[in-house]
Design a protein around this ligand. Structure first.
Ligand code: XMP
Length: 507
């Protein structure tokens, strides 16, 4: 495996995902937790030092021991990691004019890390410091169009550094560079679905031993379904799964989800709590308040359904980024269930052990695994859907009328995209509605109608997103269908703002 040392921000996840895309297992460790002893135990094939927001010359800057450079295994520093290697080896890092976005670099040595690169390539830069004078023992291997050192390698040791971000898609040959690094590391390409399953099996075997009765909340989303499916395989007779309908689901979703789950061998207890949720949301306009009410009520309904059942373990579809973000790490302690489930009442927290079969995986890996396990394509391909459901696609108060508009309009968006073959090309696609009105003419009558906004985005991980340039005839079809099939709607708009500065959901 390859160890990615995290110096802050989201970079480390993207690097890890790219390495795993090359079928090599990679894990993240925060720089604060890495020790020589631990590295000796984990025995990674190579180490990557990630980017980060700090400056190496600041007193409080994140550091790592110099021992990292004398382990004898390949080390690659990216951006901050590159500057850190330079500083540790006696080079000088200084503030510069900075380079941001696509930048041309000239490659001076097209072997090793840069094999397969042309003499001039475009890379993605994002830095305000630069390596002003390189350490004595390195050879500069790339220079940017602004004259800054863009990469170097050690004269005799397998130590490399790049100022740009090979993990970002806009560095067009970034994955070739990472692939070259994996070759240098000699890692085996064995991060396959079968290896994922054996890792999860090992985890479940160990963790489920203490469980006499297990519960799981399934939503039909890919994470909760795959997590429940896996536990069901190992502990079917001990598992009770529950599907709560909070009344904020998409059109026909309760029936569809129950059908899909049944075909997967999961037969959840169905709880229709829609009335309770809608009445709790009455009069509530602010987004965060809606989220809080829904979250708390969900836990209440779920816990109530568990009362009287003597369960001691709870399945969660937690993914790898959340394990890392909540302070956990896998490499260091080889798994301890520590993950805290937000919002659960004390009586549950004190008695349950949380089972997280997907804690090693990224979302795209869960999708791959689901297909490998033979789960329905419908489950795998469904767009992510927020826990608070349509409440966050309604701006202002959630009323029956707005709920029905958003439900119908979203169903139209999905139907048209599926028909035209675009559904699987985008990350999310939905309609939203607020309280603003647009005067329309329907037949001979003036109608003070609702404005529906259609949002269709491309994204890799929802941290950033681009609006999708859907052909105009398809947009027109969506608009026509929404205004003709939903009488209260007089205007359809298309959201053309990226994230950031916008968010994906309107509320
Ligand atoms: P935003 O709107 O923050 O959304 O750009 C990023 C991703 O997160 C989903 N989302 C949520 N998921 N509870 C959830 O479980 C929420 O309250 C929530 N809000 C947003 C959203 O659908 C997108 O995929």
């Amino acid at each position: 495996m390859i160890l990615v040392v995290n110096f802050g921000g989201q970079y480390a996840h993207l690097i890890t995902r790219r390495i795993r895309d090359l079928r090599v297992y990679a894990e993240i460790l925060p720089y604060t937790k890495i020790t020589l002893k631990m590295v000796r135990e984990i025995r990674p094939d190579a180490i990557i030092l990630s980017g980060g927001p700090s400056s190496v010359y600041e007193l409080q800057a994140p550091k790592i021991g110099k021992w990292i450079l004398s382990l004898g295994i390949p080390v690659l520093g990216i951006c901050y990691g590159f500057q850190l290697i330079a500083a540790m080896m006696g080079g000088e890092v200084r503030r510069s004019k900075g380079e941001y976005g696509p930048t041309k670099v000239k490659i001076l040595d097209r072997s090793g890390l840069f094999e397969g690169w042309d003499e001039e390539e475009t890379v993605w830069m994002s830095h305000s410091d630069h390596v002003a004078s390189p350490p004595q023992d390195v050879i500069v291997t790339a220079i940017s169009e602004n004259g800054y050192i863009a990469a170097f390698k050690h004269r005799s040791l397998p130590i490399y550094g790049v100022q740009f971000h090979p993990e970002v898609k806009h560095t067009y040959k970034g994955s070739i560079l990472l692939d070259n690094f994996v070759k240098i590391a000699g890692s085996s390409r064995d991060w396959t679905e079968n290896r994922m399953i054996s890792l999860i099996k090992e985890y479940l075997k160990r963790e489920l031993e203490e469980c006499s009765s297990i519960s799981s909340a399934v939503s039909g989303g890919v994470d909760s379904t795959v997590a429940t499916f896996l536990v069901n395989q190992f502990a079917g007779d001990r598992l009770t799964s529950i599907f709560v309908n909070h009344g904020l689901l998409r059109k026909n979703e309760p029936e569809d989800v129950l059908n899909l789950l049944e075909r997967t061998g999961i037969n959840p207890i169905y709880i229709d709590a829609s009335k309770e949720f809608l009445s709790a949301l009455r009069g509530v306009k602010e987004c965060e308040k809606k989220r809080k009410i829904i979250g708390e009520l969900f836990v209440k309904v779920f816990s109530k359904s568990l009362k009287g059942r003597d369960f001691d373990c709870l399945v969660q579809g937690t993914l790898y980024p959340d394990v890392i973000e909540s302070g956990g790490e896998i490499g260091a302690d080889r798994i301890k269930s520590h993950h805290n489930v937000a919002g659960l009442p004390e009586w549950i927290k004190s008695k349950v052990k949380v089972i997280e079969p997907l804690r090693y995986l990224y979302k795209d890996e869960v999708r791959r695994l689901a297909l490998h396990l033979g789960l329905s394509k419908e489950i795998v391909e469904r767009h992510p859907f927020p826990g608070p459901g349509l409440a966050v696609r309604i701006i202002g108060e959630v009323t029956e009328e707005k709920l029905s508009i958003v439900r119908e309009a979203s169903a139209i968006v999905e139907k048209v995209l599926r028909k035209k073959g675009f559904y699987n090309k985008v990350w999310q696609a939905f309609a939203s509605v607020g309280d603003d009105r647009w005067v329309g003419v329907k037949g001979d009558t003036r109608v003070d109608g609702y404005i529906v906004t259609v949002r269709i985005v491309e994204s890799e991980d929802a941290m950033t997103a681009d609006w999708y340039e859907l052909p105009s005839d398809i947009l027109e079809e969506i608009s026509k269908r929404i205004t003709s099939e939903i009488p209260q709607v007089t205007m359809v708009t298309y959201a053309i703002t990226t994230k950031p500065p916008s968010t994906i959901e309107p509320c």
